[in-house]
Design a protein around this ligand. Structure first.
Ligand code: SF4
Length: 69
């Protein structure tokens, strides 16, 4: 299971993550992405993270290794 860290200072609210992986991410009322389903599959978490144009979504594996970006 990936640990997800969304950098709210980097996020520009483009919604790409949500459009690519709505089962994992959502853009909230502030226009900032949030993780809506922490138990989403690693594939979905990665798919959404890769769609981010500013690399605001960082993923880490269970050993703490950075998986993305
Ligand atoms: S794709 Fe990136 S910049 Fe756009 S809402 Fe998601 S996290 Fe924010």
């Amino acid at each position: 299971m990936y640990r997800v860290v969304i950098d709210e200072k980097l996020c520009i609210g483009s919604s790409n993550c949500m459009e690519e992986a709505e089962e994992a991410y959502e853009v909230d009322e502030r226009g900032i992405a949030v993780l809506v389903h922490p138990l989403a599959s690693e594939e979905a978490l990665l798919r959404g993270a890769r769609a981010c144009p500013v690399d605001a979504i960082a993923l880490f594996d269970s050993s703490g290794r950075r998986v993305h970006p």
